[in-house]
Design a protein around this ligand. Structure first.
Ligand code: SF4
Length: 342
C-alpha cells in the first residue's frame, strides 16, 4: 500500500515506524539528549502528555495543535517517546494504562478525519487490516479484552476456520482498541537505571499527580457508599466465606481503583478467617498492577457474568460500572448536583 505521510502525520501517529525513524537519526545518547536544551523541551512535552492522560482517559485529538515544521514535529515525537520512558521508570501499570488509553484516543480522533487509504495504512501499522471481514481468534480476543459490551464476547460471535467475523463498522471501532493493545504490550520499556534517575523528579511528580487525581475523583474512602455487590463481597469476606477468584479480583480491583493502598486492602482481608499474609500480599499487589495484571474493576456486565451482581437499589439501574455507583452515591450523600453523564 503506497501512502505518502506528511510531516504532521508523524506527530499525529508517533507510534508508526516512520515517526520513530524520523527522530532516530541522532548520534546523541539519551543521557546527552536529556541534558541538552532539546531534551528539556521534550521532557516538558512528555510531562504535558502524561498529565493530560491522568486528567482524562481519552481526548479529542482534533482540538490539539499539530506541529508541521521539522523541529516541532521532532519534539512532539520525542515527547511521546519520553512519556513512555517516564511511565516505565514509574513502573506502575495504572499509569501505563492511562497513557496508552490517551494515546489511542488521541490517534483515533485524528484517524476519523483521514481519508480511507491513510486510515488503512495507520491501522496496518498496528496490525489491523481494515478491509478484512474477520480477525484471527487470538488477535480478536486480545483486542476486545477491554470492551465489556455483550456483543464483543466470543460466544456471541461467528467463528469460522479460526477467524472471528467482524463487520466493517466494527473493524473501525476496533482500531482504537488495537492501538491501545499494541502500545500497552510494548510497556514497560527497559530503561537504564541512570536514565530513570535523571528523570527521578518527573517520575515523582507524576506519581503525586496520579494520587491527587484518584483522590479528586473518589475522595476519602467511604465504605457506606460501596455498591451492593462490593458491600456483599466485603461482608462475605468478613463472615469467613471463601470468595471465588472473580470475587477477590473484583473487590481488590475496586478498592485499588478508589484509592485504597495495598496495606489498607490487606487490612480488610485480615478479617477473613483463612487469612494468609504472604498469599494475600502477593494477590493484592498483583491485582493492583505491580506485575502487569489488569487492574480495572469489572463493569456491571462483567459482574453479572461472574454472578456477583446484587442489583438491589435504584442507583444500580442508572449506572453500568460499580465505580460509577460509588461516585454517584458519594455525590448524593453530599447532596451535590450530578452531571448528565451519570
Ligand atoms: S448493578 Fe453494578 S453496581 Fe449494582 S450490584 Fe450489580 S454490579 Fe454492582
Amino acid at each position: 500500500m503506497r501512502v505518502s505521510l506528511e510531516l504532521k502525520d508523524l506527530a499525529k501517529y508517533p507510534f508508526l515506524k516512520e515517526s520513530q525513524q524520523f527522530i532516530g537519526a541522532s548520534t546523541d545518547t539519551i543521557e546527552q539528549f536529556l541534558a541538552g536544551a532539546s531534551g528539556r523541551i521534550a521532557v516538558r512535552h512528555a510531562m504535558e502528555r502524561i498529565r493530560v492522560s491522568l486528567r482524562m482517559a481519552e481526548r479529542d485529538g482534533n482540538s490539539e495543535r499539530i506541529p508541521s515544521d521539522s523541529i516541532d514535529v521532532k519534539l512532539s515525537i520525542s515527547g511521546y517517546v519520553l512519556a513512555r520512558i517516564i511511565i516505565s521508570c514509574a513502573a506502575d501499570r495504572a499509569l501505563m494504562e492511562r497513557l496508552v488509553r490517551y494515546e489511542a484516543g488521541r490517534a483515533y480522533a485524528f484517524l476519523l478525519d483521514e481519508e480511507d487509504m491513510k486510515r488503512k495504512y495507520v491501522a496496518s501499522g498496528v496490525g489491523l487490516q481494515l478491509g478484512s471481514d474477520s480477525l484471527p481468534v487470538i488477535q480478536y480476543v486480545e483486542t476486545v479484552a477491554g470492551l465489556h459490551e455483550e456483543r464483543w464476547r466470543l460466544v456471541n460471535r461467528d467463528v469460522v476456520g479460526g477467524r472471528v467475523a467482524v463487520s466493517p463498522q466494527e473493524m473501525n471501532e476496533l482500531l482504537k482498541e488495537q492501538i491501545r493493545v499494541v502500545l500497552l504490550r510494548q510497556l514497560p520499556l527497559r530503561v537504564p537505571e541512570k536514565v530513570c534517575s535523571m528523570l527521578g523528579p518527573q517520575v515523582g511528580e507524576i506519581r503525586d499527580a496520579y494520587q491527587k487525581t484518584i483522590l479528586e475523583q473518589f475522595g476519602a474512602v467511604e465504605e457506606a457508599c460501596f455498591p451492593p455487590c462490593i458491600q456483599a463481597l466485603a461482608t462475605a469476606l468478613t463472615a469467613g466465606t471463601n470468595l471465588p477468584h472473580s470475587g477477590r479480583f473484583a473487590l481488590t480491583a475496586f478498592l485499588h481503583n478508589i484509592g485504597m493502598g495495598p496495606a489498607q486492602i490487606i487490612e480488610l482481608y485480615c478479617r477473613a478467617p483463612d487469612f494468609d499474609l504472604s498469599k494475600t500480599q502477593y494477590q493484592v499487589e498483583h491485582i493492583s498492577g505491580r506485575s502487569g495484571t489488569e487492574y480495572t474493576a469489572p463493569s456491571c456486565a462483567a459482574m453479572r457474568t461472574y454472578g456477583l451482581c446484587i442489583k438491589s437499589d435504584g442507583i444500580c439501574a442508572r449506572i453500568n460500572h460499580p465505580l460509577n455507583y460509588y461516585r454517584l452515591k458519594k455525590r448524593k450523600e453530599k447532596k451535590e448536583p450530578t452531571s448528565p453523564s451519570d
